[in-house]
Design a protein around this ligand. Structure first.
Ligand SMILES: Cc1ncc(COP(=O)(O)O)c(C=O)c1O
Length: 361
């Protein structure tokens, strides 16, 4: 059977997402009881207690479809951020929003522009839409090179993605750089600022993308409940986008894309600034301990503004295996000369440090 004839030709170069090893597999390989999963930039903490209670309350109503417009959640987000409700979109994770925007805007002949390495969905959603991609190098510190992106704009450029802090390197663009980049930008292109890790940022010079969001210019800001709010498993992300774009995205969006438990959990999580501050401080402290360890072992790394650190290694794959044998699972990237190590809780950070010391001390 010639299956190829059924499939769209532009799917050919798309790489299906390969999930990491399951916990049971790791336990079997490593012969350990406890594993430290530091491979997906997840929070090491459970969802907020208020979110857990809100999710439990929803269970008895699972016979009903969710609110297809995420009305209450977008209303709450609107009050929280002072942005009109009509300019807020919710997705099954912000991943889905990236896909939806690409589906809405990109077609063959268009070009998407971003730096690389970065979040893999910019690449896949561009390819699936049949558009071309241009991937520019990151700067030396692992951050997006906004000046290079601006200089690379052509008539065909339709979307520019900015990821800050960037996954997988943790580099940041500054408020001044973003201001520069956005000034005098041609208006035939849409800028999508992916701020998935913004809640972890604790530097005042960091770009605050919402300062530049006016609901008029073609500028979108995406955020997520998956990371700092510990809701990765239930899938809910959100974005701010001018109304004409929201209206078009609603055409490609599945009617009930955000489930009712996710909506309830997100509503109950928003606004707990005290817990956010506590978690941010723990993450920063964990990062500092890992930096000290890498410094002592002379392993180069990028200063990160997220909940993960990219460390350069002489033989990344063998280190990956040796960490795995100790029950520590990190993220490797095909052929890349390093690993992305998640910042776990205090114990996980200690275990990570101990393992690196054993391997490189
Ligand atoms: C930069 C970036 N954007 C978006 C996402 C998607 O997050 P989610 O779909 O869980 O909201 C991730 C997930 O790792 C990410 O690293």
């Amino acid at each position: 059977m010639q299956w190829d004839k059924f499939f769209r030709s532009n799917l050919e170069p798309v790489e299906a997402y390969v999930p990491g090893l399951r916990e049971e597999q790791i336990k079997e390989i490593a012969q350990v009881d406890t594993i430290y999963k530091l491979s997906s930039n997840e929070s090491p903490f459970p969802p907020f207690p208020t979110a857990i209670a809100a999710m439990a309350d929803q269970l008895v109503r699972l016979n009903e479809y969710p609110d297809g417009s995420s009305y209450e959640l977008t209303l709450l987000l609107s009050h929280h951020y002072g942005i009109a409700q009509q300019q807020i979109i919710c997705g099954n994770g912000s991943n889905e929003l990236i896909d939806q925007i690409a589906q809405t805007c990109l077609e063959p002949g268009d070009e998407a522009l971003y730096c690389w390495p970065s979040f893999v969905v910019y690449r896949s959603s561009t390819q699936i839409a049949g558009a071309d991609r241009r991937e520019l190098p990151l700067r030396q510190d692992g951050s997006y090179d906004l000046a290079a992106l601006k200089a690379a704009i052509t008539d065909r450029t339709k979307i520019i993605y900015i990821c800050s802090p960037n996954n997988p390197t943790g580099g940041l663009v500054t408020q001044a750089e973003l201001a520069d980049f956005l000034s005098d930008l041609p208006d035939h292109l849409l800028v999508v600022f992916d701020a998935a890790y913004e809640e972890f940022v604790d530097d005042d010079y960091a770009a605050r993308p919402l300062d530049f969001y006016d609901g008029v210019r073609p500028f979108v800001v995406l955020r997520t409940f998956s990371k700092m709010y510990s809701l990765a498993g239930i899938r809910v992300g959100y974005g701010f986008a001018p109304e004409p774009l929201v209206e078009q995205v609603n055409k490609v969006r599945a009617p009930f894309n955000v489930n009712s438990i996710a909506q309830a959990a997100a509503r109950a999580s928003l606004g707990d600034e005290k817990e956010l501050t506590r978690r941010r401080a723990l993450n920063t402290a964990g990062r500092e301990r890992l930096y000290d360890c890498f410094d002592q072992l002379n392993l180069p790394y990028f200063k990160s503004h997220g909940n993960f650190i990219w460390v350069t290694l002489p033989d990344a794959m063998s280190t990956f295996d040796q960490l795995l044998a100790r029950g520590i699972i990190v993220r490797s990237f095909d052929g890349a000369p390093g690993l992305r190590v998640g910042v776990g809780d205090e114990l996980a950070v200690s275990k990570t440090i101990q393992a690196f010391e054993e391997l490189f001390g």
